[in-house]
Ligand binder design. Structure first.
Ligand SMILES: NC(=O)c1ncn([C@@H]2O[C@H](COP(=O)(O)O)[C@@H](O)[C@H]2O)c1NC=O
Length: 196
């Protein structure tokens, strides 16, 4: 099954995977407190505005370290609102609604998740017909296509490395790259899986 991009999130960690039919020549790189999706060196040029973006950011908030991740430029305003002290529900809902679903040939939904240092985890999506933001207490997945509403999902990873690998290896078609995140005693750790 092809589900496009997806996030999985639970109180202890999560992952974001890029799956792509149209733009497979991409990778995740780490810079400062952000992981960024962008073209590989050999990627054909494109003017599609939706294929390069910060997919994960770890930020300091008034209530401690928090991570935000998702499939596009909305990750930045979510992270910035969290830094300002917005509740995660509001940061997700406001940013998803402000940017709305992507105006491409597929009306591709925006998807996102957050985890606070206290283990509060949320998942959200904005589609052409809905805005959904939910608190979760077990691993939950939402994808851009097919699985486009949050659903409980079996996800075993207990470290950032394991989360990135597990997401990358899931049987959904056209895996390109994945980011993993896990809550530790010293804050969040992140990891990248760019395949071979
Ligand atoms: N975030 C991404 O990495 C991303 N990759 C592709 N898209 C959008 O989704 C459309 C379909 O892409 P694909 O056929 O690879 O699933 C693309 O034309 C582009 O507008 C993306 N936008 C949202 O998921």
């Amino acid at each position: 099954m092809y589900v496009g991009r997806f996030v999985v999130v639970g109180p202890e960690g999560g992952a974001y995977r890029v799956s792509s039919r149209s733009f497979p020549n991409r990778e995740i790189t780490a810079r400062d407190e952000a992981l960024t999706v962008g073209p590989t060196e050999d990627a054909p040029e494109t003017d599609n505005p939706y294929v390069s973006y910060n997919c994960l950011r770890v930020v300091e908030t008034p209530t401690g370290e928090t991570v935000a991740f998702g499939n596009g430029s909305h990750v930045d305003p979510i992270a910035e609102k969290l830094e300002l002290g917005y509740p995660a529900r509001d940061a997700l809902a406001e940013s998803l609604l402000a940017l709305d679903y992507e105006k491409d040939d597929y009306d591709t939904p925006r998807i996102a998740a957050t985890i606070g240092g206290d283990g509060e985890a949320l998942i959200g999506t904005v589609r052409e017909d809905a805005l959904l933001v939910e608190t979760v207490d077990e691993p939950t997945l939402v994808a851009t296509y097919e699985k486009d509403a949050p659903e409980s999902f079996e996800f075993e990873a207990d470290s950032a490395d394991a989360a990135a690998s597990e997401a990358y290896d899931l049987a959904f078609e056209h895996a390109v790259c994945a980011a993993g995140v896990a809550r530790t005693d010293d804050g969040f750790e992140t990891a990248i899986e760019n395949g071979d």
